[in-house]
Design a protein around this ligand. Structure first.
Ligand SMILES: Nc1ncnc2c1ncn2[C@@H]1O[C@H](COP(=O)(O)OP(=O)(O)O)[C@@H](O)[C@H]1O
Ligand SMILES: [Mg+2]
Length: 502
């Protein structure tokens, strides 16, 4: 049985006088790696950390953007003898995770709807933030949440089970105020909304009949429709729910302005449509699960091989969805000092941010999640986090990733950010002066101390970026908040070999 003490050393950082030890405690406090394209993020510090985490026995989740990431991780796992723990979810494998089944098993009733709404809206909003910044409009968000909520409830009430296909068909067939005659009239799914309500009607009628028989004595003499309605709604939950559903669709949703409605419908249906296509449908929506987020707690490494570069939005949606469900699962456990850490790995991490990331990151330490996010620069994150208020949000989010590694970069904003994080140090300045007096020249020199940036922003431009022309050496500054290195400062220069072998 492996035991994971927080003080277990993972990395020894070579110092001039004394070495520093970077431990599991630092890993669970999160890592952010910055560097320009080709600076050595993936093959230098990224690969190095991955091998350290794997070797230490961590479980983990790997999200992918580039098609070659799967092969790289297979190599990493082979190098440290973890290949038996690697589970690849891809079109070529039969590893399935059915998210609806998973959420249904965990929740009942209203809790299920709420949790599903939370998952789905987080993914939908993460996508929309990137493309249009629509989420700035609070009305749009509310309408989307309510639609999600009611479609899930309608599906559940009518069929006793939620399915992506049914949700999609229902959303597509909700009547409009002015019916568009071009919509195919007799296609099966154009009536899905009506059919669902027909089912609900049948169900509610039978529930009411049963209830009336059981309460015959109590109901005798009540002939006021409103009073009957009140008692029936209080006693028969399905009846009450049906009334809420009708109210939402007929009084709120159908009368929405065409513009708002089309934005909401487009986002929701667009998302569901992407889920309905293979391989995402077969991997996450239709087959029974044989892999679950909790498997990482036993050391599994789940790699989602739906690289965004190949699968675009479909790959991003599916991965953000899995990531969020995974984060929630990891948060539910109650770790003690021996519990196995799990890593959350995202190279080109800007693709996978969602609105709850900052909150989850803030508690990652106590749930022993070792986040490693890799991206080129700060502006990469702005667009994916908070739109116009991006900068503030991103910086406070980065504050929750305690160790940062900065590689060669030409982005001024990131270099300035790094330089300011590293802080100032006292520099002795010698100023020479001369004054001409009466007939003679006197020279004077003054020493004064002045604060200067410990590392100026330009220094990051010339760091080594690996490849044979640098003898495969990648340079980077590692910075740690709150806990100085042995040299007394909060940063230290490190070298990573692209040939590192544990
Ligand atoms: N295994 C390797 N051995 C030697 N050079 C490599 C290796 N992998 C990548 N490179 C080269 O090293 C540099 C950094 O690559 P990479 O780590 O992919 O950069 P980044 O992830 O920062 O974009 C590039 O010039 C790349 O061609
Ligand atoms: Mg890379």
């Amino acid at each position: 049985m492996l035991h994971f003490d927080l003080d277990t050393p993972l990395i020894e950082i070579q110092g001039k006088l004394q070495n520093d030890i970077w431990t599991i405690r630092h890993a669970v406090e999160g890592v952010q790696i910055f560097g320009g394209i080709g600076s050595g993020k993936s093959s230098g510090s990224g690969r190095f950390l991955a091998l350290k985490y794997l070797r230490a026995g961590f479980g983990g989740l790997v999200l992918t953007v580039k098609p070659d990431e799967r092969e790289e991780w297979i190599k990493y796992c082979r190098l440290v003898n973890r290949i038996h723990d690697l589970v690849v979810i891809s079109s070529q494998n039969d590893n399935f995770f059915n998210f609806l089944d998973y959420e249904t098993e965990r929740n009942s009733g209203g809790q299920l709807t709420e949790n599903l709404v939370d998952v789905l809206k987080t993914v939908i909003r993460a996508g929309s933030e990137k493309s249009h910044g629509k989420s700035e409009d609070p009305f749009w968000e509310n309408a989307l949440d309510m639609l999600l909520f009611n479609v899930i409830d309608l599906c559940q009430l009518a069929y006793g089970k939620i399915s992506v296909r049914r949700m999609y068909d229902i959303v597509q067939s909700i009547p409009r105020l002015q019916e568009d005659s071009s919509r195919a009239a007799n296609k099966d799914n154009t009536r899905a909304y009506e059919k669902a309500f027909d089912k609900v009607d049948v169900l509610v009628r039978s529930k009411l009949e049963k209830w009336e028989t059981q309460n015959a004595a109590r109901l005798r003499g009540i002939d006021d429709r409103d009073i009957y309605d009140e008692i029936a709604s209080a006693d028969v939950p399905e009846y009450r729910q049906m009334k809420y559903l009708k109210q939402f669709f007929e009084d709120t949703y159908i009368p929405l302005s065409e513009k708002t409605r089309s934005i909401v419908e487009f986002s929701f249906s667009g998302f569901l449509f992407r889920l309905l296509r293979d391989p995402v449908y077969k991997l996450f929506c239709s087959n029974p699960s044989n892999i679950r987020p909790e498997d990482c707690l036993n050391g599994k490494i789940i790699l989602l091989d739906l690289p965004v570069k190949l699968y675009d939005k479909v790959g991003r949606d599916a991965q953000i969805m899995f990531k969020y469900i995974w984060q929630r699962a990891m948060e539910r456990r109650d770790p003690n000092n021996g519990t196995r850490p799990v890593f959350l790995w995202a190279d080109e991490a800007q693709n996978f941010l969602h609105e709850h990331d900052a909150d989850y990151q803030a508690t990652a330490r106590s749930s022993r999640i070792c986040t490693v996010y890799i991206t080129q620069n700060l502006p990469n994150y702005y667009g994916n986090m908070g739109g116009q208020k991006g900068e503030f949000k991103v910086k406070s989010f980065l504050g929750t990733l305690n160790t940062k590694i900065f590689h060669a970069n030409s982005d001024i904003e990131t270099n300035n950010y790094a330089s300011s994080l590293f802080g100032d140090h006292l520099m002795e300045k010698i100023s020479k002066g001369s004054s001409i007096g009466l007939g003679n020249i006197s020279k004077s020199s003054n020493t004064s101390a002045e604060y200067e940036r410990a590392i100026r922003p330009e220094r990051f431009i010339s760091l080594k970026t690996g490849s044979p022309r640098n003898q495969n050496v990648v340079e980077g500054f590692i910075q740690r908040q709150g806990e100085p290195f042995a040299n007394g400062s909060n940063f230290i220069k490190m070298q990573f070999s692209q040939n590192y072998s544990p």
